[in-house]
Design a protein around this ligand. Structure first.
Ligand code: AHG
Ligand code: MN
Ligand code: MN
Length: 330
């Protein structure tokens, strides 16, 4: 049995291109540690007083749940103590949060502290998503420093708080997964190389938005729904959990295509999901597992961000399906 700490230690001592720095080891261990504490809070639910609304609004105009705020504060505090993080940006913060006196430290960390907030109170899987960028270290940490394309990510991870708590991680050399052993208080490696099959019969999209979709998405989904009798000649199954972490975890585990397209509702809002906290880290993980990830027009990891909280369309997962629907957009 390999613990997360042992895995990281081995990676830091490896001679190949997959070698990680000891500072990265420190960072990932801190992320794992705080995720265990978030997991414990999630697990307590009503008994821990963590359910319900915080009655505050974040910068995107969404009402925050208590757990959004609790997880956000826990991560900010934990990573500020690591001595390796220069600044952080979060879905729940208006602007980035520089770590005082640490502007020369190697990492910038972006996170969605609690993904799937609408599922918290109904006891359905939720998660935390993290993206790690290099710190350009050219003076005080500002929002501008975080505006790097997804290809610049040094690491990406998510933790899914489901029937099991699992941490899924990439440094750009494949994807590994760890399962939390609550009794031992440790993450144990349970997958050595997650791979997304190129073909799938499963899709994930919020069908209630159908009337708002653009023609390429209408076409693609109607072909899937037509099943055996349609042009695809086979049936497709649908799953939608309303937690990106849970849906992407399913895609990484057994394949599938996940879509949150941009639609006609609000031209100023290109999709719902956020590039820096959701789309980029998940796209990095998906590509590292052999899948593909596009917005409507291009590879998500190639998007040059212009704003910290910008949104984008997301189509990711099994390569052949993602390429097909991407082709419909050309
Ligand atoms: P968050 O809880 O961090 O705001 O993210 C919710 C996101 C994502 O997890 C999920 O895929 C999507 O919103 C669900 O949206 P709908 O409620 O429109 O289905
Ligand atoms: Mn989210
Ligand atoms: Mn969130």
């Amino acid at each position: 049995m390999t613990t997360l700490a042992q895995y990281l230690q081995n990676a830091s001592q490896s001679k190949g291109s997959g070698c990680i720095s000891t500072q990265m080891v420190t960072l990932v261990l801190a992320i794992a540690d705080v995720s265990q504490r978030i997991s414990a809070a999630v697990h307590k639910g009503a008994l821990g007083g963590v359910l319900g609304s915080a009655d505050t609004e974040n910068v995107q105009g969404e009402t925050q749940k208590k757990l959004d705020v609790i997880a956000n504060d826990m991560i900010l505090e934990a990573l500020a103590k690591t001595e390796v993080v220069a600044g952080m940006a979060s879905e729940e913060l208006d602007d980035c949060s520089p770590v005082a006196g640490h502007e020369d430290k190697p990492f910038l960390v972006l996170f969605d502290p609690l993904d799937g907030s609408s599922n918290i109170d109904v006891n359905v899987s939720i998660g935390t998503i993290v993206s790690v960028l290099p710190n350009p270290a050219n003076g005080p940490v500002t929002n501008q420093a975080f505006l790097q394309a997804g290809t610049a990510q040094l690491a990406a991870a998510y933790v899914v708080y489901g029937p099991q708590t699992q941490l899924v991680l990439t440094f750009g050399h494949g994807v590994v997964a760890f399962t939390l052993d609550r009794d031992a208080g440790q993450y144990i490696q349970t997958s050595n190389g997650m791979e997304i099959p190129a073909d799938t019969k499963e899709f994930a999209i919020n069908m209630s938005n159908q009337r708002h979709w653009y023609p390429p998405v209408q076409r693609y989904i109607s072909e899937l729904l037509a099943g055996k009798t349609g042009s695809r000649g086979q049936d497709f199954n649908m799953r939608w959990s309303a937690s990106m972490v849970a849906d992407v975890h399913r895609v990484l585990t057994r394949g599938g295509i996940f879509m949150y397209p941009k639609d006609l509702r609000d031209p100023n809002k290109p999709g719902k999901l956020r590039l820096m906290y959701e789309a980029n880290p998940m796209s990095f993980l998906v590509e590292q597992a052999g899948g593909a990830s596009f917005d409507a027009a291009q590879r998500i990891l190639d998007i040059q961000p212009t704003e910290l909280h910008q949104r984008c369309a997301v189509m990711l997962g099994s390569k052949n399906e993602v390429n097909l629907v991407a082709g419909y957009h050309q």
